[in-house]
Design a binder for this molecule. Structure first.
Ligand code: NAD
Length: 483
């Protein structure tokens, strides 16, 4: 099984290789097979990408926005036409089942391209009356934006950053995660084919050092990272030193609160989606499932029964519902957390072990009787491990849900809408769901508070993060100088 790209990087509309860069491999997580060999970007390659982006940006920004949008629309159509190929590539790179990648990855990337394509031509400034004089504002691009991606949704992350950046007249240099380097290159090819001028979307590969080089380069006006909190702290600091704009989409340990009047089947389905979709490798997952004591037994029974039917196996088989974790290291990390859960006295209700000896498969795992101070209730696991905690009182559960450094997401299940809004209103999280979980349509802003991030992706909010305001004062009379 090979998915070898023509070369490691894509710069100025063409593939670029520099064998001087450290070599690394992409492996198929279901078997461990090497599917591609690449080289990390050398300083020369990084410089080439930044130069190409800078050179292309001004002409792009000067184009009528509707023309920029038309190119992004064409790219979205190409992505949809090639959804199967892109999904298979994403499955090989990430190990996520084709059943998921066919609907959630390139498709959501195309949604972002379409949304921002339409948005581009609607961007306007204000006129501000000032008596005799007046002022107006313009929304202008930032210039050169750097994007740095995580490995769980590679092409979606690339599109969520590139689509608004390009729509509003910026250029981008994107570094995918070293674990999933392939689909960003496919996106670059598609954008070029759709008519995007060379140099506006460039892909450079490599580890953290390559991301760090982008985040600290003086030519870069904005850095958008999707990654963990520790990486976020470093990238934010580097960007801050250069007074650059940032978007930080970081980790979480989000609460999902299920009240006694909730529809149990819906709540169970949401809790499973919130912990087992993409093998639990989703930043906004509701990994602390607070269940009201009155329905705890019924909830756990249905949860275990439905979880036992999950089809885990070959990700390329469309009947498979759950695949492996992205890497052997991530599997070991998750198994370590499962052991910590067992050792801390949490009750293992389902799963709790590796599956097979080949690939990075871990059973969907459910712990009940979890307490707030246990490691599995405090730290982001990023694997298929659900912690179920009991509660009785609304005020108590709100306080416990908020007792975390994270604030990415939160969910509430109840039939009482007054309670739903009252509770959501008190949860300190950037993205919330009522009687749903983990749905992230491009129309809705997405992002976190506290340690989970800075800024928002998607929706109208993205405009704030990929443009800057210019204010122009118009003096319409004589200058009144006191001297
Ligand atoms: P990571 O932080 O290890 O890496 C993210 C990216 O940052 C990679 O491309 C990596 O090479 C790069 N990087 C590492 N060190 C760097 C440095 N010093 N300077 C610049 N770049 C550097 O994260 P990961 O393991 O790839 O992804 C999992 C994490 O991402 C989880 O914490 C998850 O919650 C988070 N995540 C957040 C969102 C969101 O939208 N909030 C979405 C997906 C994943």
């Amino acid at each position: 099984m090979r998915a070898q790209p023509q070369a490691s990087h894509f710069i100025g509309g063409a593939y670029v290789e520099d064998r001087g860069g450290e070599s690394f491999e992409s492996r198929y997580p279901a078997t461990g097979e090497v599917i591609a060999q690449l080289h990390a970007a050398t300083p020369k390659v990084i410089d080439h990408a930044l130069e190409a982006a800078q050179a292309a940006q001004a002409e792009w920004a000067a184009r009528p926005p509707v023309e920029r949008g038309r190119i992004l629309q064409r790219a979205a159509a190409l992505m949809r036409a090639r959804n199967r190929d892109l999904s298979e590539l994403e499955t090989l790179d990430t190990g996520k089942p084709l059943q998921e990648t066919l609907v959630a990855d390139a498709a959501s990337g195309a949604d972002a391209l379409e949304y921002f394509a339409g948005f581009a031509a609607t961007v306007t400034g204000q006129t501000i009356p000032l008596g005799r004089d007046m002022a107006y504002t313009q929304r202008l691009p930032l210039g050169l934006c750097a994007g740095i991606g995580a490995w769980n949704y590679p092409i979606q992350i690339a599109c969520w950053k590139a689509a608004p950046a390009l729509a509003f007249g910026n250029a981008m240099v994107f570094k995918p995660s070293e674990l999933t380097p392939l689909s960003a290159l496919a996106l670059a090819e598609i954008l070029t084919e759709a008519g995007l001028p060379d140099g506006l979307f460039n892909v450079v590969q490599g580890m953290g050092e390559v991301g760090a080089a982008l985040a600290s380069d003086r030519r870069v006006a904005k850095v958008s990272l999707t990654g963990s909190v520790p990486t976020g702290r470093k990238v934010y600091a580097a960007a801050g030193a250069g007074l650059k704009a940032v978007t930080m989409e970081l980790g979480g340990k989000s609460p999902l609160i299920i009240f006694e009047d909730a529809d149990i089947e819906n709540a169970v389905g949401a809790a499973m989606l919130a912990n087992f979709y993409s093998s639990g490798q989703i930043c906004s997952n509701g990994t602390r499932v607070f269940v009201h004591r009155a329905i705890k037994a019924a909830f756990l029974e249905r949860l275990a029964a439905r979880t036992s039917k999950i089809v885990l196996g070959d990700p390329l088989d469309e009947a498979t519902q759950m695949g492996p974790l992205v890497s052997a290291a991530q599997m070991e990390k998750v198994l370590g957390y499962i052991n910590a859960g067992k050792a801390s006295g949490a009750r293992l209700v389902y799963g709790g072990a590796r599956v097979g000896v080949q690939g990075n498969f871990v059973q969907p795992t459910i712990f009940a009787d979890v307490h707030d101070d246990m490691i599995i209730a405090r730290e982001e696991i990023f694997g298929p491990v659900m912690a179920v905690l009991d509660f009785e009182d609304e005020g108590e559960v709100i306080a416990r849900a908020n007792a975390t450094e994270y604030g990415l997401a939160a969910g509430v299940f109840t039939r009482d809408f007054a309670r739903a809004h009252r509770v959501i209103g008190q949860l300190r999280a950037g993205t919330c769901w009522i009687n749903a979980y983990n749905l992230t349509p491009v129309e809705m802003p997405f992002g976190g508070v506290k340690a989970s991030g800075v800024g928002r992706e998607n929706g109208h909010a993205a405009l704030e993060h990929y443009t800057q305001l210019k204010s122009v004062y118009l003096g319409l009379g004589d200058v009144e100088a006191p001297y």
